[in-house]
Design a protein around this ligand. Structure first.
Ligand SMILES: Nc1ncnc2c1ncn2[C@@H]1O[C@H](COP(=O)(O)OP(=O)(O)OP(=O)(O)O)[C@@H](O)[C@H]1O
Ligand SMILES: [Mg+2]
Length: 313
């Protein structure tokens, strides 16, 4: 057991109680606390005491590769891009390394962070695997591969290209990216076309954002049919991470649509945390500021942190 892996283990499991584990492992003087918070090491003796306790909490199933999650819904304007951005920030705030991929030619995710796709974008690697992914840093833990309208041209070119549904998967596998990040979040366009298929084929799981109103809920089944197909034919064991309600308002219409979704899709996880409608979101996006920089403590910020913890639990 190495201390950097132990630090990662605790970041991946924010619900773990460090004091409780010190007690269980009979570690004195808050040595684990200190090792997690600073660069101090743990003694061989403490490591030996800690090992069986951490294994009990799942240390051996610590992933060695990034978990790739697509944020998907063929309906437009249901909070996919916002969720990709703020959930990515929330993971990064836990100290996890996150890569965001803007897979929508609208480039909204790139705009939210004020990132210019002219210098390089995801389409470059999807059309030519020899080109390295154009990763740009947002903060110490968060990076992005941007997009702009060029992605639309590339989507047309891909129509007749070989392995056209697996270009993103190939792009992610062509380098050490899997080892460099803990999470890769892909913002999908509002369609179930070629780009979304590329995202799903490159993913371990998908998160479906649902705005609980008639136009957004009707037709939700089509996503689940596509997910089922990817599971059958995609070869990547795609899981459903869960359904996340977005832009929720306190009214009977939203309540009844949420109830409908909970009943209709009861076999999937519906995130306990839901994202309320808040003007903070549009304000931060208009200023192209990171959400938590714009508003450190807000209902939406806390809710996305809770979603991150639900995913990690
Ligand atoms: N929780 C929220 N509160 C208020 N406004 C929100 C919230 N989430 C998203 N929005 C706003 O709603 C609009 C649509 O959100 P977003 O762009 O995230 O949806 P989308 O599903 O990615 O849309 P598209 O399908 O066009 O890509 C944006 O203007 C965004 O600022
Ligand atoms: Mg979007």
């Amino acid at each position: 057991m190495q201390i950097h892996n132990i630090r990662k283990f605790f970041k991946m499991k924010p619900a773990l109680n460090v004091s409780g584990i010190e007690k269980e492992a009979d570690i004195k003087g808050q040595a684990l606390h200190k090792a997690l918070q600073s660069n101090s090491e743990l003694s061989e003796k403490n490591l030996a005491k800690l090992a069986p306790v951490l294994i009990n909490y799942g240390y051996n199933s610590l992933p060695s590769k990034a978990k790739v999650i697509s944020i998907v819904n063929n309906k437009g304007g249901v909070g996919k891009t916002t969720t990709t951005a703020i959930l990515g920030e929330a993971f990064a705030r836990l100290g996890l390394r996150v890569l965001l991929i803007d897979l929508d030619s609208q480039g909204n995710l790139s705009h939210i962070f004020g990132i210019d796709a002219e210098v390089g974008q995801v389409a470059d690697t999807m059309i030519d695997i020899k080109k390295t992914l154009a990763i740009q840093p947002i903060n110490d833990y968060l990076s992005i591969v941007p997009s702009n309208l060029k992605l639309q041209e590339v989507e047309s070119l891909l129509l007749t290209a070989a392995s056209n549904q697996n270009r993103l998967r190939a792009a992610l596998s062509a380098s050490t990216i899997g080892q460099d990040y803990d999470f890769i979040l892909i913002d999908c366009p509002p369609s179930l076309g070629l780009l979304t298929m590329n995202a799903l084929n490159a993913s371990n799981s998908c998160l479906i954002t649902v705005h609980p109103e008639a136009t957004a809920v009707v037709g939700l089944n089509s996503i689940f049919n596509v997910i089922e197909d990817v599971k059958l034919y995609g070869g990547n064991n795609l899981a459903v991470e869960g359904i996340l309600f977005t832009m929720v308002e306190k009214n009977s219409v939203h309540d009844s649509y949420k109830e409908f979704v909970r009943e209709e899709y009861s076999s999937f996880r519906i995130f306990e945390s839901e994202i309320k409608k808040s003007v903070d979101v549009s304000k931060a996006q208009a200023l192209a500021e990171q959400f938590y920089v714009y508003k450190g403590k807000s209902q939406v910020g806390i809710a996305y942190e809770d979603v991150a913890k639900e995913i990690l639990s």
